[in-house]
Design a protein around this ligand. Sequence first.
Ligand code: NAD
Ligand code: MG
Length: 388
Amino acid sequence: MTRRVSIFGATGSIGQSTLDLIKRAPDDYDVVALTGHSNIDALARDAIAVGADIAVTADETRLTDLRAALAGTGIESAAGHAAILEAADRPTDWAMSAIIGVAGFEPGLRILRHGGTLALANKESLVAGGPLLMRTAREYGATILPVDSEHSAIFQSLVGEDMNAVERVIITASGGAFRDRPVADLAHVSVAEASKHPNWDMGQRITIDSASMFNKAMEVIETKEFFGFTPDEIEVIVHPQSLIHAMIGFVDGGIMAHVGPADMRHAIGYALFWPDRGHVPVERLDFAKIATLDFRAPCHDRYPALRIAQSVMETGGHAGAAFNAAKERALDRFIAGDIGFMQMGDIVDGVVERLSSSNSLNIAEMTLDTIKDIDTRARRIADEIVDT
Ligand code: NAD
Ligand code: MG
């Protein structure tokens, strides 16, 4: 039986890995929509390769280019945020949410409304609006499957388990590009250095977030929002080999660890074939060659993001939306060369604190509009902090 699938963020790192799996079994899928941003050539090439119904670029200025690239193929083309939302309204059985940033949130909400399966790589959705996303899935009978490697690992380790028997969850972190640099040097590291991940091949933004551990901070919040763990049940451990992705600790002292190669096609494939398991062409691990697995406690001076995540979870409400937006803006400004690497933490701290002390984060009901409002304010405050 063919399944209708769409990929939001098809031209990115996760999108390309998803397409790699889909292209291996073209008869199994009926591709509805592919979306991208500025890489029109890749978007058009893949839309043609998989015979998509529609290709959408988020960048309105590129519609003419996309149309030209798809001329004569019969594939529809469209551009802009509204067109992405329209594509998300097209029913599918399975859709990949792999847009980077909070821009992926609204398309995800729309996808949930037709009750299918949302494979969620876009962690920003859970950080900025976890309660709204989870509530929407429940209301429409839709399924969310985590695609972040740690969360896929947790999900897989919990199959068949009683949540009452679980006492802790440990997510691993590679430590990122600067794990062995003296903390004193971190103020002066370059964007190029921060963009090199020791283990994973990912988009630039998440790679820099791995160096600062803002990525791990987001994943801690993601763990709370998706699985319902309390902040004190969630631990982070630095594991430089990135082979164990997460571990679940049970009340009897037993621990289930999920081990796999650092290749996102495993987690994507798990979500694609769930509830079954299908063949995924990732490297098979050879433990004799690996020989050792190392672990160390994360240093909070090096990674202030982890402490900030704790306070965001304690504050609750819209603190996640403020945190996510401030982080996105601080990252923009770091990439633009306006601030140093360690200033990102100071900015995020400052934004969350300012919004929290003005009582802006405890709005009773969470809606798309309240999240957008906090997001806009947080970005403005982040810019104010940088520019004054
Ligand atoms: P990426 O930068 O490689 O790709 C991002 C995709 O989003 C591209 O298709 C791009 O065209 C599109 N995009 C960018 N801005 C957009 C906008 N404003 N509106 C619509 N589309 C836009 O990113 P990635 O590394 O593939 O990450 C995608 C998501 O998956 C992120 O939320 C990330 O945190 C998450 N994730 C990624 C990995 C990984 O290995 N790369 C692992 C776990 C989770
Ligand atoms: Mg991850």
